[in-house]
Design a protein around this ligand. Structure first.
Ligand SMILES: Cc1cc2nc3c(=O)[nH]c(=O)nc-3n(C[C@H](O)[C@H](O)[C@H](O)COP(=O)(O)O)c2cc1C
Length: 458
């Protein structure tokens, strides 16, 4: 909608030789999660250099300089590639790229899709075919993750990854010197964290940490989130004013369907019917606070997140010194989906490290293992448990989560809290108004969690 946002700045190019590059294209976060798992396992296997990038952060003309690339690609719309793959895919289709353009490159593709759709995993199949046409050599057959599998896409990812590591190791044993650590992982070993979270007490907050401009606040939170830094543009393009919020269904009817009208006070917006509007809805503050308190933290305290070694995230941004502080509740509300999405499988693995009760540790390790995968999918995603809800099931103080927050890039344990796309229902000649309709659902979880949760769709 309107002028297209400038793409996130890619990190400086790394020397290609010897590294394993993982390129992903994700619409709602699953492919990113799968790509991060590829990286975690490669690191566990001792891979000397491994990098992960969203496809729109990688210059496709540099592809011939790579040696081993894993593509993780999801499907959206009716067999369409995710937005972040579109530019990359256009480049690969260029006619002047010859049949030897990618000679020397070895690749593997894992697709995420749903066999309930007619065009099942189409972008992954297309990229797999195109890379072959361009002279690249396949490491292993394409893997196809399917939402219809009893364990979701992970049902195919587990065996596919094992054969990927075996094939890579056969061709080049120095790439994975500790491959046995991948095949028989030691779940008691957590690995090194890449980021650290610094907490400041409420009395230790300089006045310049307090930002009242919502646009700046959103930008600050999203720039500080390690998982979002190359995923979105940070600052929203427009701040619209809500002029109508009208309930269309009767008060006593269970479905709360609402009509909204938004207005652009600056008249800078322009759109056409069929364009999509991305909205960043706010999370229920009581759910956010309940989650933080469950972690034994103070929602009003301030934090800074920085890469280990001192650089704040991302490097060289406006986030330095006290400017990089943000209220914990604001950070969680704007970056981590705690109240509507289910935690990642990795969340259970991390929690297992911090569980003190033996039976709980065992249960969490079982969920994180290939044997427990189907049960986890049933318990977690199929029953739509939220991060907050799971936090109440774990016994003790849920202090593990606090430790995990301090030790691990916490955002990767959860779904990102991100923009929701809406298609526009009405076109205003004035181009200043936007109308849309949404249905809301409200529910409570356990007696111990008294807050009302909500979700919505349009
Ligand atoms: C709106 C929407 C459209 C989808 N369309 C397709 C499709 O055409 N073909 C397919 O195989 N999967 C389709 N899927 C399934 C997704 O590819 C699958 O859920 C995947 O795990 C999403 O990964 P992501 O979160 O990385 O985008 C669709 C999912 C959604 C939500």
């Amino acid at each position: 909608m309107g002028p297209s946002p400038s793409p996130p700045q890619p990190p400086p190019p790394l020397p290609a030789t010897g590294r394993l590059l993982v390129l992903y294209a994700s619409q709602t976060g699953n492919a990113m999660d799968a790509a991060e798992r590829v990286v975690r396992e490669a690191e566990r296997g001792g891979c000397p250099a491994v990098d992960v990038l969203s496809m729109d952060s990688f210059d496709p003309s540099c592809l011939p300089g790579e040696r081993s690339v894993v593509f993780v690609v999801s499907t959206t719309g009716q067999g369409d590639p995710p937005d972040s793959m579109k530019g990359f895919w256009r480049y690969l289709l260029k006619k002047d790229l010859g049949a030897r353009w990618l000679e020397g490159l070895r690749f593997a593709v894992f697709g995420l899709g749903d066999s309930g759709y007619q065009k099942y995993n189409l972008p992954a199949k297309k990229i797999d075919r195109r890379l072959l046409q361009l002279g690249a050599e396949i490491i292993i057959e394409i893997g196809l993750g399917d939402d219809q599998h009893p364990s979701g896409y992970e049902g195919a990812l587990d065996p596919w990854l094992l054969s990927l590591w075996e094939s890579l190791n056969k061709a080049n044993p120095s790439l994975l010197p500790r491959i046995t650590d991948i095949i028989n992982p030691n779940l008691n070993y957590l690995g090194d964290s890449k980021i650290e979270v610094i907490y400041y007490s409420c009395n230790d907050t300089p006045p310049d940490s307090i930002v009242s401009d919502s646009k700046k606040l959103i930008k600050r939170a999203r720039l500080m989130s390690p998982a979002l830094k190359f995923h979105s543009d940070g600052e929203p393009q427009y701040m619209l004013k809500m002029v109508t919020n009208q309930r269309l269904t009767k008060e006593d009817y269970e479905k709360d369907v609402r009509h909204f009208e938004l207005e652009d006070p600056s008249s800078g917006i322009s759109y056409q019917v069929g364009d999509a509007l991305e909205i960043l809805p706010s999370q229920n503050p009581s759910a956010v606070n309940a989650f933080i308190e469950r972690c034994n933290l103070d929602p009003d305290c301030y934090i800074t997140i920085r890469a280990k070694g001192g650089d704040e995230v991302p490097n060289g941004s406006l986030l330095n010194g006290s400017m990089g502080r943000i209220k914990l509740s604001t950070f969680v509300a704007l970056t981590m989906d705690v109240a509507s999405a289910s935690p990642r499988r990795y969340f259970f693995e991390i929690m297992s490290h911090f569980a003190t009760a033996e039976h709980e540790k065992e249960r969490l390790q079982y969920f994180a293992s290939p044997e427990g995968r189907d049960d986890l999918y049933q318990y977690n995603q199929k029953e739509s448990r939220t991060v907050l809800e799971v936090s109440y099931v774990l016994t003790g103080d849920f202090l593990y989560a606090v430790l995990a927050i301090q030790k691990i890039s916490v955002c990767k344990l959860y779904h990102l809290y991100d923009n929701r796309p809406l298609s526009l229902e009405f076109f205003s000649w004035l181009n200043r108004e936007i109308w849309f309709c949404a249905t809301f659902r409200y529910w409570r979880i356990f007696p111990r969690c008294t807050c009302l949760l909500n979700g919505w769709c349009n």
